[in-house]
Design a protein around this ligand. Structure first.
Ligand code: SF4
Ligand code: SF4
Length: 398
Protein backbone atom coordinates (compact mmCIF):
# COMPACT_ATOMS: atom_id res chain seq x y z
CA UNK A 1 0.00 0.00 0.00
CA UNK A 2 1.29 3.46 -0.82
CA UNK A 3 0.32 6.11 1.72
CA UNK A 4 1.02 9.83 2.05
CA UNK A 5 2.80 10.94 5.20
CA UNK A 6 2.65 14.44 6.65
CA UNK A 7 5.92 15.36 8.40
CA UNK A 8 5.76 18.21 10.97
CA UNK A 9 8.15 21.10 10.35
CA UNK A 10 10.56 20.39 13.27
CA UNK A 11 11.29 16.92 11.82
CA UNK A 12 11.78 18.00 8.22
CA UNK A 13 15.54 18.12 8.52
CA UNK A 14 15.19 14.32 8.21
CA UNK A 15 13.22 14.49 4.96
CA UNK A 16 15.30 17.16 3.25
CA UNK A 17 12.68 19.80 4.02
CA UNK A 18 9.75 17.84 2.54
CA UNK A 19 6.41 18.25 4.33
CA UNK A 20 4.85 15.26 2.58
CA UNK A 21 6.39 12.01 1.49
CA UNK A 22 4.98 8.75 0.15
CA UNK A 23 5.93 5.34 1.51
CA UNK A 24 4.71 1.79 1.18
CA UNK A 25 3.25 0.23 4.34
CA UNK A 26 0.39 -2.02 5.44
CA UNK A 27 0.02 -0.64 8.94
CA UNK A 28 1.42 2.11 11.16
CA UNK A 29 4.16 -0.10 12.61
CA UNK A 30 5.29 -0.97 9.08
CA UNK A 31 5.10 2.67 8.10
CA UNK A 32 7.42 3.61 10.95
CA UNK A 33 9.90 0.99 9.76
CA UNK A 34 9.74 2.32 6.19
CA UNK A 35 10.18 5.89 7.38
CA UNK A 36 13.17 4.91 9.52
CA UNK A 37 14.77 3.11 6.57
CA UNK A 38 14.29 6.11 4.30
CA UNK A 39 14.86 8.85 6.88
CA UNK A 40 17.10 7.54 9.68
CA UNK A 41 16.18 9.02 13.05
CA UNK A 42 12.47 9.41 12.25
CA UNK A 43 11.39 6.64 14.59
CA UNK A 44 13.17 8.18 17.57
CA UNK A 45 10.77 11.15 17.35
CA UNK A 46 7.75 8.88 17.51
CA UNK A 47 8.40 5.95 19.88
CA UNK A 48 10.47 5.44 23.02
CA UNK A 49 13.02 2.65 23.56
CA UNK A 50 10.20 0.23 24.48
CA UNK A 51 8.41 0.90 21.21
CA UNK A 52 5.57 2.90 22.81
CA UNK A 53 4.38 6.03 21.01
CA UNK A 54 5.39 9.12 22.96
CA UNK A 55 2.49 10.76 24.79
CA UNK A 56 3.17 14.04 23.08
CA UNK A 57 2.98 12.59 19.54
CA UNK A 58 -0.41 12.13 17.90
CA UNK A 59 -0.74 10.01 14.79
CA UNK A 60 -3.76 10.48 12.55
CA UNK A 61 -4.95 8.28 9.71
CA UNK A 62 -7.37 10.30 7.59
CA UNK A 63 -8.04 12.62 10.54
CA UNK A 64 -8.72 9.73 12.96
CA UNK A 65 -6.38 9.28 15.90
CA UNK A 66 -4.80 5.82 15.84
CA UNK A 67 -5.13 5.74 19.63
CA UNK A 68 -8.90 5.53 18.98
CA UNK A 69 -8.30 2.65 16.60
CA UNK A 70 -5.74 -0.18 16.67
CA UNK A 71 -2.71 1.92 17.67
CA UNK A 72 0.44 0.84 15.86
CA UNK A 73 -1.51 -2.06 14.34
CA UNK A 74 -3.94 0.28 12.59
CA UNK A 75 -4.09 -0.95 9.01
CA UNK A 76 -3.56 1.32 6.04
CA UNK A 77 -5.30 1.44 2.67
CA UNK A 78 -3.80 2.62 -0.58
CA UNK A 79 -3.80 6.43 -0.85
CA UNK A 80 -4.60 7.07 2.82
CA UNK A 81 -3.00 10.01 4.60
CA UNK A 82 -1.04 9.68 7.82
CA UNK A 83 -0.14 12.77 9.84
CA UNK A 84 2.37 12.96 12.69
CA UNK A 85 1.49 15.87 14.97
CA UNK A 86 3.65 16.51 18.05
CA UNK A 87 1.75 18.27 20.81
CA UNK A 88 3.22 21.46 22.19
CA UNK A 89 1.95 21.50 25.76
CA UNK A 90 2.85 19.37 28.74
CA UNK A 91 6.58 19.73 29.14
CA UNK A 92 7.88 18.98 25.69
CA UNK A 93 8.95 22.54 24.97
CA UNK A 94 12.45 21.41 24.01
CA UNK A 95 10.90 20.37 20.75
CA UNK A 96 10.40 24.01 19.92
CA UNK A 97 13.60 25.26 21.40
CA UNK A 98 11.78 27.42 23.94
CA UNK A 99 14.13 29.09 26.37
CA UNK A 100 11.90 30.49 29.09
CA UNK A 101 10.56 28.64 32.10
CA UNK A 102 7.14 27.09 31.68
CA UNK A 103 4.19 28.90 33.22
CA UNK A 104 1.76 27.12 35.52
CA UNK A 105 -1.98 27.21 35.15
CA UNK A 106 -3.92 25.13 37.57
CA UNK A 107 -2.38 21.69 37.89
CA UNK A 108 -1.20 21.69 34.28
CA UNK A 109 2.19 22.99 33.19
CA UNK A 110 2.01 24.91 29.97
CA UNK A 111 4.92 26.51 28.19
CA UNK A 112 3.21 29.56 26.71
CA UNK A 113 6.37 30.69 24.93
CA UNK A 114 6.69 27.34 23.22
CA UNK A 115 3.05 27.48 22.21
CA UNK A 116 3.45 31.00 20.86
CA UNK A 117 6.64 30.14 18.97
CA UNK A 118 4.70 27.31 17.37
CA UNK A 119 1.85 29.55 16.23
CA UNK A 120 -0.59 29.01 19.15
CA UNK A 121 -0.93 32.44 20.69
CA UNK A 122 -2.70 33.01 23.98
CA UNK A 123 -5.46 35.60 23.70
CA UNK A 124 -6.19 38.32 26.23
CA UNK A 125 -9.15 36.18 27.31
CA UNK A 126 -6.62 33.76 28.84
CA UNK A 127 -8.26 30.43 28.21
CA UNK A 128 -8.44 30.88 24.44
CA UNK A 129 -5.72 30.77 21.81
CA UNK A 130 -5.43 32.20 18.32
CA UNK A 131 -4.06 29.55 15.98
CA UNK A 132 -1.72 31.04 13.38
CA UNK A 133 -1.50 29.09 10.14
CA UNK A 134 1.43 29.01 7.81
CA UNK A 135 0.38 30.31 4.40
CA UNK A 136 3.58 30.55 2.34
CA UNK A 137 3.51 33.27 -0.35
CA UNK A 138 -0.13 33.89 0.57
CA UNK A 139 -1.43 30.97 -1.49
CA UNK A 140 -4.06 28.63 -0.09
CA UNK A 141 -6.21 26.10 -1.94
CA UNK A 142 -9.98 25.93 -1.92
CA UNK A 143 -9.81 22.62 -0.04
CA UNK A 144 -7.63 24.22 2.63
CA UNK A 145 -9.92 27.24 2.90
CA UNK A 146 -12.93 24.98 3.41
CA UNK A 147 -11.08 23.12 6.16
CA UNK A 148 -10.12 26.41 7.82
CA UNK A 149 -13.77 27.52 7.72
CA UNK A 150 -14.88 24.14 9.09
CA UNK A 151 -12.36 24.31 11.96
CA UNK A 152 -13.32 27.89 12.77
CA UNK A 153 -16.98 26.88 12.90
CA UNK A 154 -16.52 23.77 15.02
CA UNK A 155 -13.66 24.76 17.34
CA UNK A 156 -13.58 28.58 17.26
CA UNK A 157 -16.26 31.24 17.02
CA UNK A 158 -16.87 30.91 13.30
CA UNK A 159 -14.52 33.58 12.02
CA UNK A 160 -10.86 33.95 11.06
CA UNK A 161 -8.45 36.87 11.12
CA UNK A 162 -6.31 37.75 8.09
CA UNK A 163 -2.89 38.81 9.36
CA UNK A 164 -0.68 41.62 8.05
CA UNK A 165 1.71 39.09 6.48
CA UNK A 166 -0.65 37.03 4.31
CA UNK A 167 -1.44 34.59 7.09
CA UNK A 168 -4.63 33.32 8.67
CA UNK A 169 -5.39 33.04 12.37
CA UNK A 170 -8.27 31.08 13.82
CA UNK A 171 -9.10 32.69 17.17
CA UNK A 172 -10.94 31.26 20.18
CA UNK A 173 -9.41 27.78 20.07
CA UNK A 174 -9.23 25.95 23.39
CA UNK A 175 -5.99 24.34 24.51
CA UNK A 176 -7.77 21.00 24.88
CA UNK A 177 -8.66 21.08 21.19
CA UNK A 178 -5.11 21.84 20.03
CA UNK A 179 -4.21 18.32 18.94
CA UNK A 180 -7.52 17.68 17.19
CA UNK A 181 -7.37 21.01 15.33
CA UNK A 182 -3.75 20.73 14.23
CA UNK A 183 -4.32 17.13 13.16
CA UNK A 184 -7.30 18.07 11.00
CA UNK A 185 -5.43 20.97 9.42
CA UNK A 186 -2.36 18.82 8.77
CA UNK A 187 -4.40 16.45 6.64
CA UNK A 188 -4.99 19.22 4.08
CA UNK A 189 -1.34 20.30 4.28
CA UNK A 190 -1.78 23.26 6.61
CA UNK A 191 0.89 23.65 9.28
CA UNK A 192 1.27 26.20 12.02
CA UNK A 193 2.91 29.56 11.49
CA UNK A 194 6.00 30.66 13.37
CA UNK A 195 6.00 33.36 16.00
CA UNK A 196 8.67 34.73 18.35
CA UNK A 197 12.40 34.67 17.55
CA UNK A 198 12.18 32.47 14.49
CA UNK A 199 12.33 32.77 10.71
CA UNK A 200 8.78 33.75 9.83
CA UNK A 201 6.74 32.74 6.83
CA UNK A 202 7.98 34.26 3.57
CA UNK A 203 5.55 36.71 1.97
CA UNK A 204 5.35 37.38 -1.76
CA UNK A 205 3.28 39.12 -4.42
CA UNK A 206 1.76 37.20 -7.33
CA UNK A 207 4.83 37.69 -9.55
CA UNK A 208 5.04 36.33 -13.08
CA UNK A 209 2.41 33.70 -12.29
CA UNK A 210 -0.33 36.36 -12.44
CA UNK A 211 0.80 40.00 -12.55
CA UNK A 212 1.37 41.69 -15.96
CA UNK A 213 4.02 44.02 -14.47
CA UNK A 214 6.06 41.25 -12.89
CA UNK A 215 9.69 40.65 -13.85
CA UNK A 216 10.47 37.68 -11.59
CA UNK A 217 9.02 34.38 -10.41
CA UNK A 218 8.27 35.33 -6.82
CA UNK A 219 6.63 31.99 -6.01
CA UNK A 220 9.75 30.11 -6.99
CA UNK A 221 12.18 32.26 -4.97
CA UNK A 222 9.87 32.59 -1.97
CA UNK A 223 9.20 28.85 -2.05
CA UNK A 224 12.92 28.07 -1.95
CA UNK A 225 13.52 30.55 0.89
CA UNK A 226 10.62 29.03 2.78
CA UNK A 227 11.85 25.49 2.20
CA UNK A 228 15.40 26.26 3.32
CA UNK A 229 14.91 28.71 6.17
CA UNK A 230 11.34 28.81 7.48
CA UNK A 231 10.90 28.14 11.17
CA UNK A 232 14.56 28.21 12.20
CA UNK A 233 14.73 29.10 15.85
CA UNK A 234 17.32 30.20 18.39
CA UNK A 235 17.61 33.57 16.62
CA UNK A 236 18.35 36.87 18.41
CA UNK A 237 14.91 38.11 17.30
CA UNK A 238 12.34 37.51 14.56
CA UNK A 239 13.54 37.34 10.95
CA UNK A 240 11.15 38.25 8.13
CA UNK A 241 11.57 37.90 4.39
CA UNK A 242 9.46 39.25 1.53
CA UNK A 243 9.71 38.81 -2.24
CA UNK A 244 8.25 41.23 -4.78
CA UNK A 245 8.07 40.82 -8.53
CA UNK A 246 8.94 44.36 -9.72
CA UNK A 247 9.86 47.84 -8.44
CA UNK A 248 6.18 48.57 -7.73
CA UNK A 249 7.12 46.67 -4.54
CA UNK A 250 3.62 45.42 -3.70
CA UNK A 251 5.11 42.85 -1.28
CA UNK A 252 7.05 45.66 0.47
CA UNK A 253 10.50 44.02 0.48
CA UNK A 254 12.06 47.03 2.22
CA UNK A 255 9.87 46.41 5.30
CA UNK A 256 11.50 43.04 5.86
CA UNK A 257 14.73 42.02 7.53
CA UNK A 258 15.63 40.68 4.11
CA UNK A 259 13.64 41.55 1.00
CA UNK A 260 14.04 40.72 -2.67
CA UNK A 261 12.80 42.67 -5.70
CA UNK A 262 12.89 41.50 -9.31
CA UNK A 263 14.59 44.06 -11.56
CA UNK A 264 15.76 44.49 -15.15
CA UNK A 265 18.42 46.88 -16.37
CA UNK A 266 17.60 48.19 -19.86
CA UNK A 267 20.02 49.04 -22.63
CA UNK A 268 19.26 50.82 -25.90
CA UNK A 269 20.37 48.57 -28.76
CA UNK A 270 19.22 48.92 -32.36
CA UNK A 271 21.22 45.96 -33.62
CA UNK A 272 19.43 43.15 -35.44
CA UNK A 273 17.04 45.48 -37.29
CA UNK A 274 15.53 47.07 -34.16
CA UNK A 275 15.84 50.65 -35.33
CA UNK A 276 14.28 53.37 -33.22
CA UNK A 277 11.53 55.41 -34.93
CA UNK A 278 11.76 58.26 -32.39
CA UNK A 279 8.14 57.84 -31.32
CA UNK A 280 8.99 59.01 -27.80
CA UNK A 281 6.89 56.31 -26.11
CA UNK A 282 9.75 55.24 -23.83
CA UNK A 283 10.26 58.88 -22.82
CA UNK A 284 6.59 59.29 -21.96
CA UNK A 285 6.19 55.96 -20.12
CA UNK A 286 9.38 56.03 -18.08
CA UNK A 287 8.28 56.59 -14.45
CA UNK A 288 11.74 57.86 -13.45
CA UNK A 289 11.93 60.43 -16.29
CA UNK A 290 15.21 58.69 -17.05
CA UNK A 291 14.97 58.83 -20.86
CA UNK A 292 15.29 61.83 -23.17
CA UNK A 293 15.36 61.97 -26.95
CA UNK A 294 18.60 63.58 -28.06
CA UNK A 295 18.99 64.09 -31.79
CA UNK A 296 16.15 61.62 -32.36
CA UNK A 297 17.64 58.87 -30.20
CA UNK A 298 16.80 57.94 -26.60
CA UNK A 299 19.48 58.59 -24.00
CA UNK A 300 19.15 57.14 -20.51
CA UNK A 301 20.18 58.70 -17.21
CA UNK A 302 21.00 55.52 -15.24
CA UNK A 303 20.82 57.28 -11.91
CA UNK A 304 17.07 57.82 -12.46
CA UNK A 305 16.24 54.35 -13.72
CA UNK A 306 13.96 52.18 -11.50
CA UNK A 307 14.74 49.00 -13.47
CA UNK A 308 11.07 48.25 -14.08
CA UNK A 309 11.54 47.46 -17.80
CA UNK A 310 8.64 49.55 -19.05
CA UNK A 311 10.79 50.85 -21.90
CA UNK A 312 11.57 47.28 -22.92
CA UNK A 313 7.96 46.12 -22.66
CA UNK A 314 6.44 48.99 -24.62
CA UNK A 315 8.97 49.96 -27.30
CA UNK A 316 7.23 49.15 -30.63
CA UNK A 317 10.52 48.40 -32.41
CA UNK A 318 12.27 46.34 -29.72
CA UNK A 319 15.07 48.91 -29.48
CA UNK A 320 15.38 48.40 -25.70
CA UNK A 321 16.50 45.06 -24.32
CA UNK A 322 17.60 43.67 -20.96
CA UNK A 323 21.28 44.02 -20.15
CA UNK A 324 21.03 42.49 -16.65
CA UNK A 325 18.13 40.97 -14.76
CA UNK A 326 17.67 39.31 -11.39
CA UNK A 327 16.92 40.12 -7.77
CA UNK A 328 17.93 43.17 -5.77
CA UNK A 329 18.31 42.45 -2.06
CA UNK A 330 17.39 44.87 0.73
CA UNK A 331 18.46 44.33 4.33
CA UNK A 332 17.53 45.72 7.71
CA UNK A 333 13.92 46.76 7.20
CA UNK A 334 11.54 46.55 10.15
CA UNK A 335 8.31 47.97 11.44
CA UNK A 336 7.16 48.29 15.04
CA UNK A 337 8.15 51.02 17.49
CA UNK A 338 11.28 52.08 15.61
CA UNK A 339 10.51 51.54 11.93
CA UNK A 340 13.10 51.81 9.20
CA UNK A 341 13.31 50.79 5.55
CA UNK A 342 15.76 48.18 4.36
CA UNK A 343 18.76 49.37 2.34
CA UNK A 344 20.06 48.05 -0.96
CA UNK A 345 22.57 45.29 -0.27
CA UNK A 346 23.13 43.42 -3.55
CA UNK A 347 21.94 43.74 -7.14
CA UNK A 348 20.89 41.47 -9.99
CA UNK A 349 21.28 38.20 -8.12
CA UNK A 350 20.21 34.93 -9.67
CA UNK A 351 17.66 32.90 -7.72
CA UNK A 352 20.41 30.62 -6.47
CA UNK A 353 22.53 33.59 -5.37
CA UNK A 354 19.52 35.11 -3.60
CA UNK A 355 18.94 31.94 -1.56
CA UNK A 356 22.65 31.72 -0.77
CA UNK A 357 22.64 35.36 0.35
CA UNK A 358 19.66 34.67 2.61
CA UNK A 359 21.47 31.78 4.28
CA UNK A 360 24.62 33.83 4.80
CA UNK A 361 22.71 36.86 6.06
CA UNK A 362 20.83 34.75 8.58
CA UNK A 363 24.05 33.07 9.72
CA UNK A 364 25.83 36.44 10.14
CA UNK A 365 22.82 37.85 11.98
CA UNK A 366 22.74 34.90 14.39
CA UNK A 367 26.47 35.19 15.04
CA UNK A 368 26.72 38.96 15.50
CA UNK A 369 23.45 40.24 16.92
CA UNK A 370 22.68 40.62 20.60
CA UNK A 371 19.64 38.90 22.01
CA UNK A 372 16.57 40.95 21.15
CA UNK A 373 18.34 42.89 18.39
CA UNK A 374 16.70 43.02 14.95
CA UNK A 375 18.87 42.84 11.84
CA UNK A 376 18.28 46.53 11.09
CA UNK A 377 19.53 47.52 14.54
CA UNK A 378 22.60 45.30 14.13
CA UNK A 379 23.40 47.00 10.81
CA UNK A 380 22.91 50.42 12.42
CA UNK A 381 25.37 49.40 15.14
CA UNK A 382 28.03 47.82 12.90
CA UNK A 383 27.63 49.86 9.74
CA UNK A 384 26.51 48.42 6.40
CA UNK A 385 30.03 47.87 5.03
CA UNK A 386 31.11 45.86 8.09
CA UNK A 387 27.98 43.77 8.03
CA UNK A 388 28.39 43.16 4.29
CA UNK A 389 31.94 41.93 4.89
CA UNK A 390 30.66 39.57 7.58
CA UNK A 391 27.95 38.19 5.29
CA UNK A 392 30.34 37.43 2.44
CA UNK A 393 32.77 35.68 4.78
CA UNK A 394 29.99 33.67 6.36
CA UNK A 395 29.43 30.03 5.58
CA UNK A 396 25.87 29.20 4.56
CA UNK A 397 23.85 27.51 7.31
CA UNK A 398 24.18 23.70 7.35
S1 SF4 B 1 13.55 50.53 -16.88
FE1 SF4 B 1 11.80 51.82 -16.34
S2 SF4 B 1 12.70 53.50 -15.17
FE2 SF4 B 1 14.39 52.53 -16.29
S3 SF4 B 1 14.56 53.67 -18.20
FE3 SF4 B 1 13.19 51.94 -18.62
S4 SF4 B 1 11.12 52.76 -18.26
FE4 SF4 B 1 12.57 54.20 -17.32
S1 SF4 C 1 9.84 53.60 -27.60
FE1 SF4 C 1 11.36 52.57 -28.86
S2 SF4 C 1 11.03 53.38 -30.88
FE2 SF4 C 1 10.01 54.78 -29.50
S3 SF4 C 1 11.58 56.34 -29.05
FE3 SF4 C 1 11.76 54.81 -27.45
S4 SF4 C 1 13.33 53.42 -28.24
FE4 SF4 C 1 12.65 54.64 -29.97
Amino acid sequence: MSVKVYVPSPWRNLTGGKARVEVAANDIAGLLGSMEALYPGFMSHVVDETGEVFHHVNIFVNQELISHSQGLHTTLQDGEEVAFVPALAGGNSAYLGAEKEPASRGRETIDLNALKAGGFIMQRQGNFFSLRLKVPVGNITGEQLMKVADVAQRYGKGHVHLTMRQGIEIPFIRLDDFNAVTGELAIVGLGLGACGARVRVVTACQGTAICPHALGDTHSLAGKLDERLYGRWGLPHKFKMGVTGCPNACAKPQENDLGFMAVVEPVFDESGGHECIACGLCVDLCPGKAIQLVDGKPVIDRGRCFHDARCIMHCPTGSWRARREGWNAYVGGKWGRQPQLGVLFAEFLSEEQAVDLAERTLAAYCRLANKGERLGSLINRLGLATFKGAVYHEQPCP
